[in-house]
Write a new protein. Sequence first.
Length: 319
Amino acid sequence: MTATSSPTDRYVAATLRSLPERQRQDIEAELRALIADAIDDRREAGVDADSAEHEVLTELGAPARLAASYSDRSLHLIGPEFYLDYVRLLTVLLSTLVPLWFVIFALVTFADGSPAAVAFGGALYSALETALSIAFFTTLTYAIIERVSASRTKRKASWDPSSLPEVRDKRGQFKELIGGVIFLAVIVIALVLAQTLGAVEGPDGARVGPVASGLWESGVFYIALLIAIASIPFNLLAYYTGWSTSNAIANTVFVALFAVPAIWLAASGRLLSEEYFRAVGWPEGTKVIAGVVVVVVILITASDVVGGFVRASKKRRTR
């Protein structure tokens, strides 16, 4: 016959269940001592043993919440430290990218020969999908940031005046982050418009855009877009946790995944459509624009990579 466990035993067991194995022994000893001392205090005040135990356990609160305080684990999806930034970023993304995507989808669908009602309905559905995707990935990113040990340690560390950092324009940094997202959206939309609405009639009567048709149809631009979008959560993490050498290296990898194929495609003549530029009366345009693309991509890539390592170096010097 199994002996009935006491309320304290059940409370301690429920608390330890949510904790890592390596912490349980020390926390169990600490928690049992805390409960025993609190019960003794109440008994000295004239409260009977059962009532004293019940009052102490009630005062400690739910075991899961107490366990979270021991392990420094968040019990909210996005806490007050990041909530206002989260709402601000989500508002900017939804109020800019979604309407832009709605307009571009409607224009491209209508230009493709669909009736206006069909184009509008398809654009509305696509815009709603885009809004849901933006909301999901933005929320997921901030939920991860909320639980990143570096940012949590930064918030919980003991404070003294000598630890005050230099004043920096964090609002300006946030605007720079938002600007990067909007810039990416504008580039993508401009590219789609140029390839669809800006297409001209080629030698065989088919409509051609400035980007080589084989490259456009292969989906390589969607892959490049996904790589660029994947860098946004990474930059958010770096924004809150600070730049480090590992962050700078990861940033270099992200940039290289986009820049190396872009430079190779432009330099090898596979990026632009010769038929398009012959049709608009500028046959040498492929070489001219390809050269501009190579130079611009190299400059942007070098600036981004060097900037990442400079920020990481500055952070190490200020520690």
